[in-house]
Design a protein around this ligand. Structure first.
Ligand code: GAL
Length: 382
């Protein structure tokens, strides 16, 4: 009898613990930037670095780089992973949306580098289109390609189409004949990086083979026009390109933005008809001061707005030890935008963390402050 009682007690205790844990798991109700690990609903560390987000049928989808442990984790051994969430706090693992392959003749082979994947939906074709920064296996960061994949379903599987340099044989619309001639003339002259970037020398160098594309993002406008924004010209100049109407390729229309500005990690959002951009500087995995910019038109001109971080000197110098990756427009809330950033751990890539901060506005400028814990009610009564 006593034994039975003991057993019942034990079962009761186990049940209580399981229920308590389950409740705890489903009860995430805030962003916790002091414990920025972000577990999925199976209690596994979310593995979707360099995130992009999109909203489909009342659900947010988070797409990102699946990393593995150690330094080799900075290369792609699995592919692009997806998660879904109804509330932006609790994320369900939706599996691998784009898989790297064993076939060593494919550009998408294991050990290539896939970074910063982003997905947008094409209303006309009914397809989900993924773009990502792609480096070929064994070539470091030299290839500087942009890759594209497509799916009928948001969570995939995505069919890989190709990876390529941008705009071979096409000049940007904001680079006139005089500038083209001057850039070509400087091509074989011994000038410094800054001068070369300002004059478009790398642009001229890569004119035939196509322009480089590294840190990138996508932006889909209200009218369905979509843009590819990327660090080009040895990461010295941003290039913004209009996508073709089916989003599967780039159109010929593109502009250079901030030549010689050394911007990486672009993230774009739109508020009151204006376009805003966060970027980082150029220090690899190490954090640096963020930048911000505004434009009336995606194709420019863009105006720099300076470092958006408000806080201590250390916070301003390192952007809270993060690098931008995306801005989420919060559905159903006015002027509610979330800055999403990576805190990289390149020596053990899988351990990278995610920081979510509300975007505030001061004198028409987007600004970022550190909030250790916060929730979406932050945006109410704004
Ligand atoms: C960062 C970039 C990352 C990754 C890294 C490699 O600047 O934002 O996405 O490319 O460099 O060193």
């Amino acid at each position: 009898m006593i034994k039975l009682f003991k057993n019942l007690l034990l079962v009761g205790l186990v049940c209580f613990t399981v229920i308590a844990c389950a409740q705890k798991k489903s009860a995430i109700t805030e962003f916790d930037n002091e414990n920025p690990v972000f577990y999925d609903t199976d209690s596994v560390h979310i593995n979707a670095h360099g995130a992009g987000m999109l909203y489909v049928d009342d659900t947010y989808y988070w797409v990102g780089e699946h990393k593995v442990a150690g330094g080799r984790g900075n290369k792609s051994w699995v592919g692009v992973r997806m998660y879904s969430s109804k509330d932006l706090y609790n994320w369900k693992n939706e599996g691998v949306a784009l898989k790297v392959v064993k076939d060593t003749t494919s550009k998408l082979q294991e050990g290539s580098v896939i970074e910063r994947p982003k997905v947008i939906y094409n209303d006309k074709t009914g397809k989900y289109v993924m773009w990502f920064h792609h480096e070929l296996k064994g070539q470091g960061y030299d290839a500087a390609l942009t890759g594209v994949a497509v799916s009928d379903s948001v969570t995939g599987p995505y069919e890989y189409l190709d990876s390529f340099r941008m705009h071979p044989g096409v000049w940007p619309v904001n680079f006139n004949e005089e500038q083209q001639a001057w850039a070509k003339e400087l091509l074989n002259q011994d000038i410094g990086r800054k001068e070369a970037l300002e004059a478009g020398v790398y642009l001229a160098r890569d004119f035939e083979v196509g322009q480089m594309s590294r840190d990138m993002t996508l932006f889909k406008d209200d009218d369905g026009t979509a843009y590819h924004i990327t660090a080009s010209e040895e990461n010295g100049t941003l290039i913004i390109s209009k996508l073709a109407p089916d989003y599967l390729s780039l159109s010929d229309e593109y502009v250079r933005v901030f030549p010689g500005g050394n911007n990486e990690a672009p993230a774009i959002f739109k508020k009151d008809g204006k376009y805003y951009m966060f970027t980082s500087g150029l220090t690899g995995w190490d954090p640096n001061p963020a930048r911000s910019a505004v434009a009336e038109n995606m194709m420019g001109p863009w105006t720099a707005l300076g470092n958006p971080v408000r806080g201590t000197e250390e916070e301003r110098k390192t952007t809270f030890r993060t690098q931008s990756t995306h801005v989420i427009p919060v559905e159903g809330k006015k002027d509610a935008f979330i800055f999403v950033a990576d805190r990289w751990t390149p020596q053990d890539a899988i351990k990278g963390e995610y920081i979510f901060l509300p975007v505030e506005f001061e004198d028409g400028k987007p600004v970022l402050r550190w909030y250790p814990q916060w929730d979406l009610s932050f945006f109410d009564n704004k």
